[in-house]
Design a binder for this molecule. Sequence first.
Ligand code: ATP
Ligand code: MG
Length: 545
Amino acid sequence: MEDLRDFIRHRVRRDLADGVVGGVVTRFPPEPNGYLTIGHAKSICLNFGIAREFGGKTFLRFDDTNPLKESQEFVDAIQRDVSWLGFPWGTVTFASDYFESLYQFAERLIEGGLAYVDSQSAEDVAATRGSFTEPGRESPYRDRTIDENRDLFRRMRAGEFSDGAHVLRARIDMAAANLVMRDPVLYRIRHATHHRTGDDWCIYPMYDFTHCLCDALEGVTHSLCTLEFENNRELYDWVLDNAGVNAHVPQIEFSRLNLEYTVMSTRFFRMLVDRGSVAGWDDPRLPTLAGLRRRGYTPETLREFCRRIGVTKQENRVEMELLEFCARHALEDDAPRGMAVLDPLPVTVTNYPSGEDEVLEAPWHQKRPELGTRRITFGRSLAIERDDFMESPPRRYRRLSPGEMVRLRHGFIIRCDEVIRRADGRPSELRCTYFPESKSGSDTSGLRPKGVVHWVSRSTAVASDVRLYDRLFRVPAPSPDNMEEELNPDSLTVCKALVEPALVEAEASRFQFERLGYFYKDPVDHSVTAPVFNRIVTLRDSYRP
Ligand code: ATP
Ligand code: MG
């Protein structure tokens, strides 16, 4: 179904209606130099989404022109992530599939006097480019004859020269107002083994030459990219106009996704991974798709997030709260609920006989009776959250304190009679009385407890690692030069928690731990005997979209 919520979709519809294009072909062109981020998800949802909505086609095209940075590991990871996000049906291609054609196009430019082999050093090429206010200087090699250029370029391909000895440059205009047009480099020498083409090539085409030609060769009708390529559009068009492909593909730019408290930098994540500062590309603190997946985010949630942020030309930084809102919204109605205590404070129910635990039924979800019930154990030996007890509470305190009563969720009302302390004064155990006639659902006690707290039975709860994640950075907008300093040192806390056994044993993998948030069984480390839960998101919801 057609969806016209943004300027790009409007453009596509108009082009179809006007017969400018016969059908829609898009592409998502990642460089396999790292894992995809939620920023890429925006581009994936846009490119694949448009093709799906308008009955078109999408290429997942790997932009693999820099063998030094790229690898098969990243190709595999990207394919996995694109499928997981919900777009398994694209056609997979590689820029390297077109190396021979690209080479032929380069020769054609040479034949037309529109490209030349420059033998200046990379430093000299950079130093003679000029600035916004100064024109560039022409290379002394700019007027080589066509024969000489053809010969040198063929010998570059044949491997006669070392890295950096020559480059192929477009012959455009060293005084062009757009710096991108000042004789851009089209090919460079790289004696490096490529993950797909091996040692077949020792010259590799540059992005600006490769990208537009691959788009044309694949019949792409709308080449969608992020705003930093706006200046490159002129070169994109120049190459298509001059290399002898019979195609004009419009490049249309939109703004990148930036998220508060994180960055979208493959390079930076690669450094964190290489140094061991995070557990890997799928560390749940990273905004990589692999990290978000491992944290417990679903593809539906990420697609919904991308739908809500929309597509514009406006640069901004999206609040983390929107992503969290989407996650809560998706989990609220479906995730079964149970209890876990992250920082246990033992409670002994002194008027409950030892060894006579009883089983209570509790619904998996208050508002979804059809999800059924689970069994929880009540008895003499319990635990509550250390945070839910206070010795000298403020007025209107709604949890437990000496002499006061609270309801244990789905259980009974208890009263705290005595606090046992360690040598340092810290409470080590609460001795409480319970009221047998106050059972949840059939309470005839007439008592008025201060509040309701979650709890577990120490005789049945399962000791579990619970990983609480906080923001990767301490500041909402990390500065590119200072990223390491601005990392949040407390982005991961591991709790030795006690978890209700039904949660560990259940088939489901995502739960609400009552009052604590939504949690996911870690897909790598979790087992029934050594459970590991990741917190996806807290329950707190201040965001109003
Ligand atoms: P990095 O340098 O971190 O790898 P990139 O932009 O170079 O980022 P590519 O692999 O070249 O990453 O990107 C593939 C596609 O995804 C491009 O079309 C790019 O415009 C798009 N993309 C990348 N990051 C974002 C983002 N944050 N928001 C929207 N689109 C993005
Ligand atoms: Mg990149």
